[in-house]
Structure formats: C-alpha cells, structure tokens
Ligand binder design. Structure first.
Ligand SMILES: C[S@@+](CC[C@H](N)C(=O)[O-])C[C@H]1O[C@@H](n2cnc3c(N)ncnc32)[C@H](O)[C@@H]1O
Length: 335
C-alpha cells in the first residue's frame, strides 16, 4: 500500500555523524563486551527483525504478565491519561523504544477519537519495527500524523530538541526503564529532562516488586521463546558480523535476585570453545560454563520510582496502577 507522505514520515538517524554505520558500531560494542571479564553484550542488539518478532511472541506468552498488565492499566485509564496529555495546545507524543506500539495504540485511538491536536513520534533503533509500525498506523489510524524516527534514544531526543519546539509528552513503556542499572536510569531520566521544558510530561511503565517466582517465570517460559530471543543475539552476530557461534553450545540462564530486585539473563557456554567474529578481526575464548551477561530487568518499589523522578527533575503528576498485577504507569511532569 502507498503511504501518504504528509501523514507518515520516516527519519533515519542510524548513520552516525562520525561516519561509522550501525554495523561498525555493533562490531565495536561486541568486541568490547566479549573482550572484557566478565563478558557482556548490550541488550539493545536483541532487536533485529527476528528479535522484534520473537519479542512480540514473548508478549503473548502466559508467563509474560508485563504486557497484559500494562495493556490493562492503559485500557482502564485511557480517558484520564488522554485528558492529562491533551490541553488546548498542540503536543508531540514521543514514544521511546516504541516497538510494535501495541499498547501505545490504546492511547492513540483515544487521542484520535477525541480529535486532540498532536502528532505521534515513535523512536526505535529497529528500522524494521519502525517501518512495520508506520504501515500499520497508516492503515489503522489514517488521520494521525506520524513521524517515525530510526535511531538511539538520545540521538532521537537531540534531533527532536533541535527540530520540534512544541509541547512534548514522552512515553517510555513496557518496563524499558528496568533495563538500565540504577545510575544509568538516573542519567537517562536526567537527559530526557534536559531536552524537555517545565510542564512537559513523561509516562513511564514500571514493573513493581512481586513474588520472585512470578518474575522468574516471565523470563524463563516453558515454551522456550525467551531462550530463543536471548540466543538470537548470537545468531545476529553470526549473520551481521560473520561470527561462528554454535548456538547449540550456549544455554539461556535467567536468575532473579530479590534483594536487589533485578532479573538478569545470561548465555552460558556449555563447554570450552573459541569463537571467531570476522568483523571484529578477533577470536574470543570461552571457558566451560563461562557466561555472557545479556540483560538486566530491574523491578521497582513505588518509593524508588518517586525518588528516581525527583532526583532527575520530575514530580509525579499521577500514578495509574494495577495492584493485583504489580504494575504501574507513572505520569511525571517536568518541575
Ligand atoms: C521491550 S521492547 C518494548 C516495546 C514497547 N515500548 C512496549 O512497551 O511493548 C523495547 C524496544 O526498545 C527498542 N530499543 C532498545 N534499546 C534502544 C535504544 N538504545 N534506542 C532506541 N530504541 C531502543 C527495541 O528495538 C525495542 O523495540
């Protein structure tokens, strides 16, 4: 289907100003992560086309309560949320890490139905995700103006700051904030705040602390979809960087630490082995049972959320919460 250029646009920021492209950056990050001890890989590389599809499958799993819970919170509160977002002035609705925007669409339909004056700016490093989302929005909500941005969060915020002077409402849904370590989440929110003006808003999806078994199952489903998602990172390195990882010699291993409130995912090498990655020009050695740390998912208490916002220049405007689910969408305002 032909897109109407005035309603749906794509901005690609993925080529860096220093001339490096995303594959070179990927190779550099992989070499740095696998060259250190303990080994790690950045979780943002999960989302190639296959990873984005696997994440959609994860969201539909019975164990993955997060999507269902946030879906419920946004559905039950959509009118009130839309009222908080919209006032008489035009605003940009900026969705950081939008993915398939399954839950954002609840709010978009509500805002569209109320004929609010806004445009929608989804941001994601996955170009595939942004192309699919642009197509689906064009079909489902043709009246909504969409400007999809392919790029890193901060790149996109900088671009938005330079190009969009109107009021901003930023979404950071899906418990994405949990992927950052505590100091990283502070830096992230402070940086967002520095690109916003007093009165601008930020809606953050937060997974709250709960029964450790419930949390662990969400990242270790019986069907093995999360394991596939984690292993797909190695498949992506093989395909895009010429790696020779043998996926059958790595195992998905998630663990929840209730003291710190953090879920950590690893890929464990089941035997001693060497892995060559062409684009890094290096061979990486793995001892038997050596692990690569691939993801953190922090779970918060409401007190921590409030303190985090306050330390970064935000005050809580209101909290939309489902107690049974242990999930909250927290609406902050720049103070
Ligand atoms: C867990 S999904 C959440 C998707 C959606 N917001 C939701 O709530 O269902 C995370 C999304 O963030 C994107 N992402 C991860 N790291 C990113 C980064 N550094 N910059 C931009 N997007 C990123 C991924 O490509 C992926 O689509």
């Amino acid at each position: 289907m032909e897109l109407t250029p005035t309603k749906v646009q794509m901005i690609d920021l993925s080529r860096k100003e220093d001339g490096t492209n995303s594959t070179e950056t990927f190779a550099r990050d992989v070499a740095a992560g696998l060259g250190q001890s303990p080994k790690s890989l950045p979780s943002r590389y999960f989302y190639d086309a296959a990873g984005s599809k696997l994440f959609q499958d994860i969201m539909a799993l019975p164990e993955y309560y997060l999507t269902r819970c946030e879906f419920k919170v946004l559905t039950e509160n959509r009118q009130e949320i839309a009222r908080h977002f919209a006032n008489s002035s035009f605003f940009h609705l900026i969705d950081l890490g939008a993915g398939d925007a399954l839950k954002t669409k609840i709010l978009l339909r509500e805002l569209d139905g109320q004929q609010s004056a806004f445009d929608y700016v989804p941001v994601d490093i996955s170009g595939d995700a942004m192309r699919q989302l642009s197509d689906s929005l064009h079909r489902e909500m043709p009246a909504v103006h969409v400007q999809a941005v392919v790029g890193e969060y901060f790149q996109a915020l900088e671009w938005l700051h330079a190009h969009k002077s109107e009021r901003k409402v930023v979404l950071f849904l899906g418990s994405n904030i949990g992927n950052f370590k505590p100091d990283e989440s502070r830096n992230f929110l402070k940086t967002i705040c520095s690109y916003l003006d007093p009165g601008d808003k930020l809606l953050v999806g937060v997974d709250l602390r709960k029964d450790p078994d419930t949390i662990l199952s969400a990242y270790n489903d019986a069907a093995g979809v999360t394991a596939e998602f984690n292993l797909n990172l190695l498949r992506r390195i093989n395909r895009e960087l010429g790696g020779d990882f043998d996926l059958s010699q790595f195992r998905h291993y998630p663990i929840y630490n209730p003291h710190e409130g953090v879920m950590r995912s690893f890929l464990v090498s089941t035997q001693a082995q060497d892995v060559y990655i062409r684009d890094t020009g290096q061979t990486f050695h793995f001892d038997a049972w050596e692990a690569i740390h691939t993801e953190n998912s922090h779970k918060y208490s409401m007190r921590q959320v409030e303190e985090l916002g306050k330390a970064c220049g935000f005050g809580i405007e209101t909290v939309f919460q489902d107690d049974a689910c242990g999930y909250a969408d927290v609406l902050f305002t720049v103070t």
